[in-house]
Ligand binder design. Sequence first.
Ligand code: ZN
Length: 332
Amino acid sequence: MSAQEFYAGDTSPRASWRLAVLMGANSRTYKFALGDALLDAARQGRDAVPLKDLAAAYGIAMARHLAEAPQAPHATHLGERDFLTVAEQESAATLAAGRPTEKLVAAAERSMPAMVMRKFHNLRGSDTVPHTFYELLGTGRHRTVRLSSHLLRLARSEQAALLSAELGARWSIVETSFASGVGRSLVEEGMAHDLETLKLTDKLRRRSVTGLVEATIGFQHGRCQICGEVIGPDEPIAVDHVFPFALMQRYRSVGAWCGPDLDALWNLAPAHAACNGTKSDRLPLPAELDRLAARNEAIMQSPHPLRQTLRRPLERAGAASWRHFLAAVPPS
Ligand SMILES: [Zn+2]
């Protein structure tokens, strides 16, 4: 599956946003800070924002994250290096004051147009996402960012909170993959999960990285794995074992389970708590398997540890695609 196929499953601006955030090139985390600032401005219903204001929101988001997590080394462009250096220097003063220092805002304002704002809509390769979320107008010191109607609608839609949570989850995952040692193990081994807390963890430190639901639900377009409907903001969410875990336990008691580990991320998908309760321990229906295959293929399009977490079982099974893999999970 390609990014285009993910989009074909839901040709909305929301899917474009998810393409940019979840599947764009994430060698840096600037994109997440910009996404955060954009959603925030759009939530306030502002259709035009002075670049300086957006730079302040972007700067403080970067400062918060820099205080807690390292960045990818080897910034290649001079603009990036300048901004990152200033952001690191100004991080403590910014957090102490609760607002970005003037120096930080100036550095953000200087670097954003040529850097993150030019790249936000880019996918890997030379493609861009189908919808545009902002436009930079004017020159010099009075530049304005016009937010598109797509973005304004997204920020006030029923999935707005989810989009924000997904962005945060993706940010944490990419950031953790930069941490030395931990990052290497994540990239090689993928991530573990804890079903009690519904967190994804890194295998090395067993430390929580982000929420399992937030990290995965965007890849299924915010839809329930079981009924296929969008999960509303007030609807309780559960994580479905698509092939019921009880299946493995039943076989294991007679030592006959020869399928893949069912308590693994490939088999775990967010669903309405109500749908999950009704489904109980039954086997997945064909439509559910289709949804899971598409979701897993979509995750394989996202750079860094989440993809690796799914690639391992696929390789171990020697399966060409998730559709093949799922068709071979016993028993039928
Ligand atoms: Zn449902």
